[in-house]
Design a binder for this molecule. Structure first.
Ligand code: 5GP
Ligand code: MG
Length: 186
């Protein structure tokens, strides 16, 4: 068994994971995204604002692919309720500590689904006098949108699937998987 199949083994044994994007495809897409994003931020020392926890691996790879001076901070948000559907009510678990006034902020999301979480975050950022606010999301599910939020840069567009891996979880499992996988039979 090679290293990768071992990482997937517990779920594969139950036949639940299907690879959508391999680690190599993610790397290549992230490099192209970085080329698209970089011109907006060269010389501006942008603040990459990661939304925990799902974006932590994407942010780490995107920051290195951008390869320009930048800063990193995180917020953690939670929607009340559980399961694979967000409830529509969002709150901060962790907010940034440093002021954002005058900063060029790039929100880094793992996935924009209904748009509820991002709408809440962008709403709160609006009062903080950032010089600019843009959004990059590794995955975009436009077919599920309830709140019409703008995703300025999107890695991959997916259908109405529940995805895990590359930072994204189901009940805190699967974040370590190097590929983005669809979790079936949930
Ligand atoms: P939204 O508020 O746009 O409906 O969803 C926001 C958050 O729900 C995402 O940032 C992500 O953390 C989580 N989410 C939405 N769809 C998925 C999915 O397919 N897989 C995982 N693991 N999380 C998801
Ligand atoms: Mg998220």
């Amino acid at each position: 068994m090679d290293e990768r199949s071992e990482l997937h083994a517990p779920a594969r044994a139950r036949g639940r994971l299907r690879v959508l994007y391999t680690a190599e495809e993610i790397r290549a897409r992230t490099a192209r995204l970085a080329d698209e994003i970089r011109p907006y931020y060269e010389g501006k020392n942008p603040l990459l604002l990661g939304v925990l926890k799902g974006s932590f691996i994407f942010l780490a790879d995107l920051a290195r692919a951008l390869a320009i001076p930048l800063e990193v901070d995180f917020v953690q948000l939670a929607s009340y309720g559980d399961g694979t559907e967000s409830s529509g009510f969002v709150r901060f678990i962790h907010d940034v500590e440093r002021p954002m006034a005058g900063r060029h902020v790039l929100v880094v999301e793992d996935i924009v689904d209904t748009g509820t979480t991002l709408a809440f975050l962008l709403g709160t950022l609006a009062s903080r006098q950032a010089a600019s606010v843009r959004v990059v999301s590794l995955l975009d599910k436009p077919g599920r949108r309830v709140n019409q939020v703008q995703v300025d840069f999107a890695g991959f567009t997916v259908e109405n699937l529940f995805v895990v891996g590359y930072g994204m979880d189901h009940a805190e499992a699967y974040r370590h998987l190097p590929d983005i996988c669809a979790l079936e039979e949930v």
